[in-house]
Design a protein around this ligand. Structure first.
Ligand code: ZN
Length: 298
């Protein structure tokens, strides 16, 4: 795993595993560092099951191939020197290597409780998840549009995907959304320059801005030169594909935008406008869940 927390309690912050985060949050306390066979071993907790994890390669700068090795966390074992290890919660942990299954494999389980857990989580955080999905897209998704994403998600039995955990839920929604038309949607304030430039560079679409709108804002509209008849035959849509894990255990997906021209003979002609490899931010949802839990307590 690439994320961890340094306190077992529910409401502790989930962080990306780095040397800086380790030092900042543990102050290099001996409570987190143990000598095992003459070497230091560094510990933290799994954000999903709360069990101890070992931080691998945290202080290794070069391996025998003189490359900087990957820093990651792996579940510890019962009897480790750091803290109690609960085998039962570990068995169900979604961050177990065995459960790291790329969405692209479309493997599903049949556990109703797990599916119910994700469904409840999704609908309890629906507003925040829509906002995060908009952030990933760089496009401000309306509730109506988001409902279409959710319909696709239900039809594809998203809750039953084996590789699903809280951290990658918004990405699975996008992965299963198939082709989503984004004509007349608005760009998000934090959208990338690349996205805006790509849409502007398309054959049929443009970004319309009012005087006050700055960089990375505006609405996706047809280019002014497009005739009314042609408008009904062209569309612009998003596609998410190729969910993978790299050797550093980071998750990636490919985000593409196409424009489509429907010819009078009904044959569609698709053109790729932009293809972006994105790195999944999996700590975001865990922290959102944590904040919600904290709010409930107050
Ligand atoms: Zn775990």
């Amino acid at each position: 795993m690439v994320i961890c927390k340094f306190d077992k309690t529910e409401d502790n912050e989930v962080l990306v595993i780095t040397r800086d985060n380790f030092e900042k949050h543990t102050n290099k306390s001996k409570d987190y560092i143990f000598e095992v066979r003459g070497k230091n071993q560094y510990y933290a907790y799994c954000p999903s099951c709360g069990n101890p994890i070992v931080l691998v390669n945290l202080y290794v700068d070069q391996d025998h191939n003189e490359k900087k090795p990957t820093v990651y966390g792996k579940h510890s074992v019962p009897g480790n020197p750091f803290d109690l290890f609960n085998v039962e919660t570990y068995k169900r942990c979604l961050l177990k290597s065995k459960n790291k299954i790329a969405f692209s494999k479309h493997e599903k389980h049949r556990n109703k409780d797990t599916a119910e857990f994700f469904k409840k989580f999704l609908y309890e955080n629906i507003y925040e998840i829509r906002r995060f999905v908009s952030h990933i897209l760089g496009i401000n998704i309306s509730q109506k549009q988001f409902d279409r994403f959710l319909d696709e998600f239900e039809r594809s039995e998203g809750y039953y995907y084996k590789g699903l955990d809280i951290g990658n839920l918004p990405y699975l929604i996008l992965f299963l959304s198939n082709q989503q038309n984004i004509t007349y949607q608005f760009l998000n304030k934090d959208s990338s320059v690349e996205l805006e430039a790509s849409i502007k560079g398309s054959s049929y679409f443009d970004i319309k801005k009012t005087e006050e709108q700055k960089k990375n804002e505006g609405q996706i509209v047809h280019k002014e030169i497009i005739s009314e008849t042609l408008k009904n035959r062209v569309s612009i849509y998003t596609v998410f594909k190729h969910h993978t894990y790299d050797k550093n255990q980071n998750q990636h997906m490919v985000y593409e935008i196409y424009e489509k021209l429907k010819n009078p003979d009904e044959k569609a002609q698709e053109t790729l406008i932009v293809s972006m490899k994105i790195l999944l931010d999996t700590a975001y949802m865990y922290n959102l869940a944590r904040k919600k839990e904290e709010e409930k307590k107050h």
